[in-house]
Design a protein around this ligand. Structure first.
Ligand code: C2E
Ligand code: CA
Ligand code: CA
Ligand code: CA
Length: 287
């Protein structure tokens, strides 16, 4: 134990050191990780709350680091944004995911009634301001022959708060082409709800914190009112509502009753390899 007034440089926090070293190591390894093929994508099903059918999946990137094993995106996306790697990495994720959607469609062809499985891809704010976004997306869709309306780009609410027209222009162009834009983590950003009309979005993804508050039964009446209000506002603006982080059947049922359209979460499936989603979709499409 150290006496008060002792040398404060001896009070090193070994965990903080380890974190700093790891962060430094990751920053060094990141720029070449894409070329070394160390990233891979897991897919998490999006399920229609009304009939339980799988309608699509969200693409979630992971880094298989040679020393540290599988790293979650929270560990490296901020670094990728900081170093600029997010632009080529994001383009790679988009291309892989759209190719995957195409592969699902080829194997899954029968389920015309539900339409093709849709693919949701996260966009970082840095990609929004990158001038190549629209053209890259158009090129990828054309190369793969996937219809724009099978693609949904997820942008966080906080990235669009106070967004000016320059920032919205590429999203508008994509939306006009038929690409869906989803507002991710909705409800955490304190945005002006009336502002929603200005944004070229067609889907609200309700933040996981709302789903968590449906955990208790009966759920907090104020939370119920808030979700009810968001859903009715969204629907009156022609927006669909997706809920994320659904971990229990009780949450799914509560959110279905509140009118939410689509759900995602461990209750249905954890993020996983693309083949698993194909199996799930087939099971549901055939009853
Ligand atoms: P997000 O877009 O909000 O994605 C949802 C996160 O919730 C994912 O974490 C997912 O694995 C997790 N999740 C899904 N179901 C459940 C559940 O039932 N319970 C709980 N507790 N969690 C659940 P993940 O995969 O670690 O991704 C974290 C974040 O990293 C994402 O949050 C997204 O913001 C970002 N991210 C992931 N992939 C990409 C990407 O390709 N590009 C960019 N720019 N960001 C990405
Ligand atoms: Ca997302
Ligand atoms: Ca989210
Ligand atoms: Ca999030």
């Amino acid at each position: 134990a150290k006496s008060a007034g002792g040398n404060r440089f001896e009070l090193a926090d070994p965990e903080a050191d380890a974190r700093a070293i790891t962060r430094h190591g990751l920053t060094t390894a990141l720029p070449t990780a894409l070329d070394r093929g160390e990233f891979f994508i897991e897919y998490q099903p999006l399920v229609h709350l009304g009939d339980g059918s799988v309608r699509g999946a969200e693409a979630l990137v992971r880094w298989l680091h040679p020393q540290h094993g599988v790293l979650s995106p929270d560990r490296f996306i901020p670094l990728a944004e900081h170093t600029g790697l997010i632009v080529p990495l994001g383009r790679w994720v988009l291309e892989q995911s759209v190719r995957q959607a195409r592969a699902w469609r080829e194997r899954h062809g029968g389920a015309e009634a539900l339409g093709p499985l849709r693919i949701n891809v996260n966009l970082s704010p840095c990609q929004l301001t990158h001038p190549g976004l629209v053209q890259d997306t158009v090129d990828i869709l054309e190369r793969t022959g996937v219809e724009p309306n099978a693609l949904c780009l997820e942008v966080t609410e906080s990235a669009l708060i106070g967004a000016d027209d320059d920032l919205l222009k590429p999203l508008r162009r994509l939306a006009e082409m038929g690409v869906d834009i989803a507002l991710d983590d909705f409800g955490t950003g304190y945005s002006n709800l009336a502002n929603l009309r200005r944004l070229p979005v067609s889907i609200l993804k309700l933040d996981r914190s709302f789903t968590q508050s449906m955990q208790q039964f009966p759920a907090d009446p104020v939370d119920l009112k808030i979700v009810e209000g968001i859903v009715s506002l969204a629907h009156s603006l022609d927006l669909a509502v997706t809920v994320e982080g659904v971990e229990t059947g009780a949450q799914a049922e509560q959110l279905r009753i509140l009118g939410c359209d689509t759900a995602q979460g461990w209750y249905y499936a954890r993020p996983g390899p693309p083949e698993r989603l194909h199996d799930l979709a087939l099971v549901d499409a055939t009853g």
